[in-house]
Design a protein around this ligand. Sequence first.
Ligand code: 5CA
Ligand code: ZN
Length: 432
Amino acid sequence: MQSWPACPLPALPGTGRPLRLLDTVTGRLEPAVDPAAGGRPFRMYVCGITPYDATHLGHAFTYLTFDLVNRVLRDGGHEVRYAQNVTDVDDPLLERAERDGVDWRQVASRETDLFRSDMAALRVLPPDAYVGVVEAIPLIIEMVAELAAAGATYQVDGDVYFSVAAAPDFGYVSRLGQEQMRRLSAERGGDPDRRGKKDPLDPLLWRVRRPGEPSWPSPFGPGRPGWHIECAAIARHHLGDVIDLQGGGSDLVFPHHECSSAHAEALTGHNPFARRYVHTGMVGLDGHKMSKSRGNLEFVSRLLAHGAEPAAVRLALLAHRHHEDWEWTPAELSAAGHRLGRWRAAVAVPGAPDAMGLLAEVRAALAEGLDTPAALAAVDRWADAALATAGPPATHASGTTGTPDTGPDALARRVVDTLLGVDLAVGELGGG
Ligand code: 5CA
Ligand code: ZN
């Protein structure tokens, strides 16, 4: 399906540092790029939305995290090939459509449109392949058929299951015990207690048609895909049998990433499927993880409609380390708005301090596991110094359009733009 428009990435002097990322499997910072990669593009797959409600700040936090991965890798001279799915047919979406008396396709296309415009407003670089499950059904059927031919599947009342026994290292992504896996599987869309399954953790690959549900013809009868196989099939088709990074929120570690990797590995024999597994913490609201099913949400579109600047929303999210769970409060946004105002005032100061040191500091902070608070603190220090050179209050005016394209202030703007995705121009619709 169509992705969203990209914003420009101004060039920066020199090249960025090698990126290290917190790998869920090892629990340590690890080099993102395979030293044996040669010149091949970095292959990144990030799990996309299930479009039954608007983009909330938890989603935005996750996509911003991988946007930074993308930006830092590009700054380091790497080509990035980025794929993302849209779970445009699944239980929660069908339930929402049924509840609201709307066709499920309409719900999906409306919410996917909103997501695209939220991502574009937040200046998230678009994936190269943005793929809906509905359009990927042939790929998914093909992969289920291959798994069946490899002896990795069985049926229960016509539903096709994957046998986790076909993936010898099953459990290596999450490193959870059997009981925890069983509990999470039940909480997150699995059916560990279904009679007839060989292993409670075996995930569904193909769900045969139920009355009133959409279905597609397949060699295993009409039906629709299970959840994990969609990401395995889309990632494999668009990126290859082995990828460099599998990403998403920490709620996807188990069972989703464990199972999608197991599907790919059982078929290709390449283990691990992703060289790195990277996850984001959960953004909460009112004491609980923000979730569509719970309804404790703050939407990007609602904040924007109430006059929040996309750059301030972006800065509010960047103030947190990607792997931490944290709680959204309106104070986050006001603090970010204040910071944005200072940065804008600073780049408007004639004779601002040299920004080469700033560039080095932001690069260093991001390269060490995307330390965004350290990167923002570096810009704060530069801005403080710039404002100090400017002398008394006059400089705190906010209009900075028309800043010349040379000089330290211009470099500082480019650093903030290219590496953090924050546009310090104001008043120029669509950025400048
Ligand atoms: N379509 C599936 C993935 S294949 C899905 O999980 N969709 S989602 O709409 O529920 O979530 C989209 C992305 O946002 C996922 O990466 C998920 O892990 C992440 N996410 C969901 N809720 C939060 C939250 N509260 N905080 C941070 N990230 C979140
Ligand atoms: Zn996924």
